[in-house]
Design a protein around this ligand. Structure first.
Ligand code: ZN
Ligand code: ZN
Length: 560
């Protein structure tokens, strides 16, 4: 048996595996994801009896499926999880309308082969999808080869998190000989998601019509978190997930408290006081989120919260309060290191990284690492053993050959292979529960997170305000126009300098936007949206909304 791999596109989000010894007289080829720029014709050679057996589709982000249609041939199947299969067609139709794609949905539908349990190719190769976190439905693949001399294994992570995602489990760990690992990392997801949820809750509870725009799957994920966070706060607040995002929500059979899925909607009716409306796409200049944004853009009392996946977006001109959060749900580098350490594979193949980002992985783990800056074909397994890259040092190879003599000791108890959603746990989803503003005195006492009801709101639970000053009564005064950001470096080890820098940048841009609004006015009207013994959270309002100001409050910047 021989197994080789090759990067299949420039961003290395896609990889081609070629396997001899599974089917007679042909080389079985698997394309792991079909991201931008994959051209299967340039990668396989029918004259050498190489055929595309299947695409292993890990999840439904465009950088992993954008060339799915054009790379199907030889009757290849699209192997994926049942969850991905349930939402694939809606995702493709959304991509066709918003992302200017042109998927032939019919031919893709007929190639999709969801794997409920596992599938066997030939007599000796078994493929099992296992949960991977990252997005609702995302799957990793566990490949087991019977070599005649025992079983060899490959775990392909795809994009993953160890965190739960909208109820789905994080990456399922399996003892593996070779780990094909996504090297994309993100160190500030927890900060961003906590701030975004908290901001939406505060705006919603203050009575502002609130619109959240995000990509389809992020809409589902965010609505799940919001609905449960509302429940936890004991407030009555309606979360509407609308349009295509509602189709995804329904296709995955979600039934989250306080969340209503509305596939067909009237923009004027779903964005209203007492509601948080969630819709795609993330940039509100097309599709459903544009229609909804048009309803609130001139309303200074309304709020837009944009959840974007990169820094590419400008904020549209508007009079409503606008906040942006970059949400990239990848594991931190620490989690990646920890995962490799736990799995202790004989070798790691790094994907989804290029250039220096790829090269830095070469010395990252105490095992053999494939991170070539070339798209040539490399042999992973030949003549009955896993073969190290020719460029690694003798010392490492020595360790490698020692290791390869020891039988894998099942250090890792295989986690569940079930995609079943389990009970909600906001902390396992990445939320810092203590940082969610205490919105109500009636926080359920038996809630497992009711520790927020501590008498002293510490810095972790308090939002940082864009404007901080003293009220005449000496109370700390906050305006929440730019919403809560974590005040201090959290105790959680997932936080890193990158996260803090991002937070500081967020605070800075919040300050800028508030400053612009304040400088043009001599008097600021504000409504108290939250008051306790230590903190007053204010929301700036228009003169029309609150014509009579009884007692004035002086807002003063402490720092420039
Ligand atoms: Zn992804
Ligand atoms: Zn990706």
């Amino acid at each position: 048996m021989n197994i080789s791999f090759q990067y299949a596109n420039r961003s290395n989000t896609s990889v081609l595996l070629k396997i001899d010894g599974v089917l007679n007289n042909q080389t079985v080829c698997f394309l792991v994801d079909a991201g931008e720029g994959v051209d299967i014709d340039s990668l396989i050679d029918e004259d050498k009896n190489e055929y595309l057996t299947g695409v292993l589709l890990t999840h439904l982000h465009l950088d992993h499926y954008s060339t799915l249609g054009e790379n199907l041939r030889d009757g290849a199947k699209i192997y994926t999880s049942e969850e991905n299969e349930r939402i694939l067609d809606t995702v493709l139709s959304e991509a066709n309308s918003n992302a200017e794609q042109n998927f032939d949905r019919q031919s893709i539908r007929s190639a999709v082969t969801p794997i409920a349990d596992s599938v066997t190719i030939g007599n000796n190769l078994t493929i099992t999808p296992v949960p991977a976190g990252h997005t609702p439905g995302a799957t990793a693949f566990y490949l087991e080869f019977d070599t005649g001399n025992g079983t060899e294994t490959i775990l392909i992570t795809g994009d993953f998190t160890r965190r739960k995602v909208a109820g789905y489990p994080g990456l399922s760990l399996h003892d593996t000989d070779t780990l094909i690992l996504t090297g994309a990392t993100s160190n500030d997801f927890r900060d961003s998601i906590t701030s975004a949820v908290d901001n939406a809750l505060q705006q919603g509870v203050s009575g502002s019509p609130t619109l959240v725009t995000a990509s389809g799957l992020n809409c589902v994920h965010f609505s799940y978190l919001l609905g449960h966070a509302v429940k936890r706060s004991s407030q009555s607040l309606q979360v509407n997930i609308v349009g295509q995002a509602a189709k995804l929500y329904d296709a995955l059979s979600y039934d989250v408290p306080n969340v209503r899925a509305i596939q067909q909607y009237d923009p004027a009716e779903v964005v209203e006081a007492g509601c948080i409306t969630v819709s795609g796409p993330d940039i509100p200049n097309s599709g459903g989120s544009k229609l909804l944004f048009d309803e609130i853009r001139d309303d200074p009392n309304a709020g837009l919260i944009q959840l974007i996946s990169s820094n590419r977006s400008e904020i549209a001109e508007s009079r409503c309060t606008t906040n942006q959060y970059v949400l990239v749900n990848h594991p931190s580098m620490e989690t990646i290191e920890n995962t490799v350490e736990l799995l202790d594979p004989k070798q790691v193949v790094v994907t989804h990284q290029t250039g220096d980002g790829l090269e830095r992985y070469r010395d990252q783990f105490s095992t053999i690492v494939w991170a070539p800056k070339s798209n040539k074909t490399f042999n992973l397994y030949e003549d009955g053993k896993w073969s190290p890259p020719h460029w690694v040092s003798d010392g490492v190879i020595k360790k490698f050959s020692n290791d390869s003599q020891t039988v894998s000791l099942s250090a890792v108890q295989p986690s569940s292979v079930s995609f079943e959603r389990t009970d909600v746990d906001l902390e396992e989803e990445g939320i810092y529960p203590n940082r969610l503003t205490q919105l109500s005195e009636h926080d359920s006492q038996n809630n497992k997170y009711s520790t927020t009801a501590s008498p002293e709101p510490g810095p972790e639970s308090a939002p940082i305000s864009p404007e901080t000053g003293q009220s005449p009564s000496g109370k700390e005064v906050r305006t929440d126009g730019a919403a809560a950001q974590p005040a201090t470096e959290p105790v959680d080890t997932g936080n890193t300098p990158g996260g803090i820098e991002q937070t500081l940048r967020d605070i800075e841009s919040s300050l800028d936007s508030i400053e612009g609004k304040l400088e043009s006015r001599s008097e600021i009207r504000a409504k108290a949206v939250h008051v306790d013994s230590e903190t007053v959270v204010l929301r700036t309002v228009s003169a029309e909304e609150m014509p009579d100001v009884g007692e004035s409050v002086v807002l003063q910047r402490l720092t420039e």
